[in-house]
Design a binder for this molecule. Structure first.
Ligand SMILES: *[C@@H]1O[C@H](CO)[C@@H](O)[C@H](O)[C@H]1NC(C)=O
Ligand SMILES: *[C@@H]1O[C@H](CO)[C@@H](O)[C@H](O)[C@H]1NC(C)=O
Length: 364
């Protein structure tokens, strides 16, 4: 029950000393006569200033005090005046039948309910706690008005906390938080399904997965064995949001048995999904070959000897630029036949390695 301290005042001016009475119209009850309180309602009082102005006071006003009140003066004929008292009540949200937190399957239909009371009747508005829009079947809005929020064919994008806010112009406005959880089977995305690598190289394989509840994830080797973190492999799972994760497998140093198909697997209570990544063999970049094993390297070695005396200028050695780099680039492209991103990586890698070889060549 809500109480509001209030004052109800219908001043009436009388010329002679006359009896003034206050009545409740709807119940036909006499409340006060002159300075006497007739009703048993202890919240009622009467005051006057002189005999010209009379006031009826109601303490701890309740909603039931709303109604018509009359002030009567016993003149002949009787004179009276009536007034209406409206007691306003700030909004409240009822626990029942207001929805509680819900867990639903993706694709199902859901109705969130919010039952609010108050006087005047409150308006119910729905919002997402995190902001953003609520998507309904054929439209979307930042807020939706009405006691029911009906979402058809729910998706994972609907997941999250919702607020139902009840307001009627009488403060305070109240709200209730309802958490909507959407369950769905894991999904797996792979950007590079073919990855080239050479023995001894460190290679990282990546899968993105969406699932809720959070999945159990693992990787399998080409031999179909499950991979554990050890000296050869490092498995990482990085959360990327409410239901997204990035699965990473680092092959620390590729071995012959690693060429083949790796699988990333995500499992939850609704199912299991996997993705396949094939690691194929490429030639080792030539810069890591031993000097003299190839034409380009011989050339490099020779030009290196030509500059043997100026060891100080090693890093600026002209052989790091121009024709020799061109040779390297062609070599890498044919070796990797991969995306431009990989090509770029390999070129940089090649240059870095070249510097190292030159340094060791010069020091001998
Ligand atoms: C969900 O609502 C849509 C539209 O009202 C209806 O076509 C569909 O059959 C409902 N789906 C379920 C699972 O009740
Ligand atoms: C691994 O499993 C797949 C099917 O799940 C099968 O085709 C393949 O032959 C298996 N590989 C090995 C090495 O057992």
């Amino acid at each position: 029950m809500f109480y509001l301290n209030g004052l109800f005042n219908l001043p009436i001016v009388v010329d002679f000393v006359l009896q003034v009475a206050w009545l409740r119209v709807d119940t036909q009850t006499i409340l006060t006569i002159a300075t006497h309180v007739i009703t048993k309602n202890h919240r009622i009082a009467v005051t006057h200033s002189g005999h010209r102005a009379w006031s009826l006071h109601i303490r701890e006003t309740r909603k039931t005090d709303s109604g018509w009140y009359m002030c009567q003066v016993n003149t002949d004929p009787m004179s009276s005046i009536t007034g209406f008292l409206e007691v306003v009540v700030p909004p409240d949200i009822l626990d029942y039948p207001t929805s509680t937190d819900m867990v639903v399957r993706e694709g199902s239909n859901v109705t969130l309910r919010c039952a609010a009371t108050g006087t005047p009747e409150p308006t119910v508005t729905w919002r997402r706690e995190a902001g953003g829009t609520i998507s309904l079947s054929n439209w979307q809005a930042g807020s939706i008005v009405g006691p029911e929020l009906e979402i058809t064919r729910i998706t994972r994008l609907h997941m999250g906390p919702y607020l139902c806010i009840a307001s009627n112009g009488v403060p305070p406005t109240v709200s209730k938080r309802i958490l909507l959880t959407v369950h769905f089977q894991p999904m797996v995305w792979i950007e590079n399904q073919l990855v080239g690598g050479y023995e001894g190289q460190t290679v990282t394989l990546e899968c993105r997965s969406e699932a809720h509840p959070s999945p159990i994830t693992y990787w399998t080797k080409p031999s179909n064995e499950t991979i554990a973190n050890d000296e050869n492999y490092k498995v990482e799972t990085i959360p990327k949001g409410l239901y997204e994760i990035l699965m990473k497998l680092v092959i620390k140093s590729v071995r012959a048995q690693d060429f083949g198909t790796f699988r990333c697997v995500a499992t939850n209570s609704l199912g299991e999904t996997d993705g396949k990544i094939k690691l194929y063999r490429i030639d080792k970049p030539p810069t890591t070959r031993r000097p003299g094993s190839r034409r380009e390297s011989k050339k490099t070695w020779k030009s290196d000897h030509n500059h043997e005396k100026k060891a100080v200028g090693m890093k600026d050695d002209p052989m790091l630029k121009g024709d020799d780099i061109g040779d390297e680039q062609i070599e890498f492209q044919s070796a990797t036949a991969s995306s431009s991103f990989h090509r770029h990586l390999f070129i940089n890698f090649g240059i870095t390695t070249m510097t190292v070889i030159l340094a060791s060549g010069l020091s001998t």
